[in-house]
Design a protein around this ligand. Sequence first.
Ligand code: TXA
Ligand code: MG
Length: 321
Amino acid sequence: MTALLDDALDAAALLRAGALVAFPTETVYGLGADARNGAAVAAIFEAKGRPHFNPLICHFPDAEAAFAEVRADDRARALAAAFWPGPLTLVLPRRADCRVDLLAGAGLDTLAVRVPDHALALAVLRAAGTPVAAPSANRSGRVSPTTPAHVMEELEGRIAAILDGGECAVGVESTVLDLSGGKAVLLRPGGVPVEAIEAIIGPVGRPIPPGAGPAPTLRSPGLLLSHYAPTLPLRLDATEVAADEALLAFGPPLPGAALVAQLSEARDATEAARNLFGALRRLDAEGQRLGLRGIAAMPVPGEGLAPAIRDRLARAAAPRG
Ligand code: TXA
Ligand code: MG
């Protein structure tokens, strides 16, 4: 049903034929389709159960290929030079002759583009010779996959193949930056810290933290409050833990939990990002097996990748809609 591939050329051939193929990136596994092919793009939404108003990121082998489909300004070019290939997604105006199917961009006049920093992904993109639309390769609303086994758990039987690139190095999704208006706006904190972006283009507008105001549905339709959700309820900023809870630890674990997953003993946010989604999956599966009532997450303070981790945890803990 769903084949496990180890050759990027096989993955590219399937994409060109209109099939859905999950492939590794430095952040998380993506569920790829030929972005010019409306039927293939529609199949992504179908396989994920993703609402059609939530646009997809298009992936390219280099900035030149990306900027053939969208209009880059000086800020976009400077950021591409600094961070591509890498975990930064830029939202830019579509060019009039943009080849990407409108459904991939949810009908918006902007398109999100990125160049992933992963040898296999770049090989696929080069060989495919087409923009590749790819959301994270999970069912909509669930935890993003960072291994081929996670992708199988989510999408086995629904997609043609998975290209095996082992574990993802960064572990949280790309930073999404909207450059389509006058002021740059951070739509999703991610693999490139916002401080690093500001060092290049100056001040960036920050999002309203999840739950703290009206949902930012107009600017980024996909930033639904409840997202990245395990099945067990998640409790944030735990300072104690009960005997019938699982603990997501950051640093020395709180005592007394039935089950513990460590994000980073040394409280290193980069290491914690890499472990985040796998740890949530493990606690969720094991915790349900043990009949636990929920997952308690210790606070993850600081800068760097910590804001992306806090964002994902807040969404995982949000009331389910
Ligand atoms: O690291 C990543 O970005 C991964 C890998 C596979 O590249 N992809 C990923 O895709 O996380 P996805 O679909 O799970 O998240 C894409 C986010 C969503 O929040 C979506 O709403 C937003 O980007 N987005 C996409 N196109 C947009 C646009 N034109 N305007 C505003 N937001 C957009
Ligand atoms: Mg996603």
